[in-house]
Design a protein around this ligand. Structure first.
Ligand code: RIB
Length: 333
């Protein structure tokens, strides 16, 4: 079987990213290391896919953004920020929707590689270490956003999910809530896990806390609606609900409305994201706002910087979130 970049890296005793830098003649590699890598390539008769990359040595001035769910209003906001910065720098954006499926994500990586995109921004969470190695092998710069895994040598841009969730619970306490439930997102997503952890960190300080105050909402409207039935069925005396994203929070508002429960006087509701939808609900939704547009701008800026300067060092950037107080939590104490 033909030798791979991983075999070369192992034999030379360096990382895949170093072998990629030698192959693509991009970024700094000291002469000793370069000799070791080239010796290993020769020993393994490793034939890098130089021809194709050579043909496309020049920039195609295109970048790709792979989103997990274009029906969720959080992602178009992200895409807007990416596209505006890309356009300012003369790049076109190829938008891909993976339906949160790893198999679709990997298929997109292959197609985008064949189209010689200059770089990829991932807002998905299915990337595997071997996917990251493949991109390093082909010298494709990448940035990961939001829920993406914290592995690899790319740039990772995320927000303080844990702190934001704690702030949401504290706000509900401050407005007088005495028993607060949490509708959580899919726990395979780091963003949902960290918000659940933030809720529990805050809630466990109170005698009313019990794990039965938790219900899944799958980051969807429908999920939030159903979670209300489950939670109030178990705890009719709940007077505050923190939902792990705004879509679920809107579903919670609808669920409470259908049960004739007034918001915020009987039950106060707080979401997470700060999508535009939270401004047009009745009552308007209090939420922990993410800097969605700015995350997109920063991701595009960082990717273009990596494309132009062939840097591939690992970089983790965590942005702050901010509580926006609206009608859905303005209880009369
Ligand atoms: O609403 C979609 C959610 O998925 C957002 O909270 C975002 O952080 C992503 O994880």
């Amino acid at each position: 079987m033909a030798a791979t970049i991983r075999d070369v890296a192992k034999l030379a005793g360096v990382s895949v990213a170093t072998v990629s830098r030698v192959m693509n003649r991009k970024g700094y590699v000291n002469s000793e290391t370069e000799k070791k890598v080239k010796k290993a390539m020769k020993q393994l008769q490793f034939e890098p896919n130089h021809v194709a990359r050579g043909l496309a040595g020049k920039q195609t001035k295109t970048i790709a953004l792979i989103l997990p769910d274009i029906t969720n209003p959080f992602f178009p906001g992200l895409a807007r920020g990416v596209e505006d910065v890309a356009k300012q720098n003369g790049f076109t954006v190829i938008l891909c929707n993976s339906d949160d499926l790893g198999v679709k994500e990997r298929a997109y990586i292959e197609v985008l590689k064949q189209k010689y995109v200059d770089g990829i921004i991932f807002a998905t969470h299915n990337l595997l270490p071997e996917d990251i190695e493949r991109m390093e092998e082909f010298g494709i710069p990448f940035v990961v956003l939001d829920r993406a895994p914290m592995t690899g040598s790319g740039c990772i841009i995320r927000v303080n999910n844990f702190g934001g969730a704690k702030a949401a619970v504290q706000h509900l306490i401050d407005v007088g809530c005495k028993k607060i439930a949490h509708v959580y997102g899919p726990q395979e997503l780091i963003t949902a896990r960290e918000r659940l952890a933030g809720y529990e960190e805050a809630a466990k300080a109170y005698p009313w806390y019990t794990p039965t105050l938790l219900a899944p909402g799958y980051f969807t409207l429908e999920g939030g609606l159903k979670a209300v039935e489950e939670l109030l069925g178990r705890h009719p005396d709940i007077d505050g609900i923190f939902a792990g994203n705004d879509l679920m929070a809107v579903g919670v508002l609808k669920g409470l409305y259908k049960k004739g429960i007034s918001v915020p006087d009987q039950v106060a509701v707080c979401g997470f994201d700060g999508v535009n939808l939270s401004e047009i609900t009745q009552p308007e939704l209090s939420t922990v706002a993410q800097p969605i547009y700015q995350m997109g701008e920063l991701a595009a800026d960082k990717l273009i910087e990596r494309i132009n300067h062939s840097s591939s060092q690992r970089e983790v950037i965590e942005l702050d979130v901010s509580l926006i107080v609206r009608e859905s939590t303005k209880k009369c104490r």
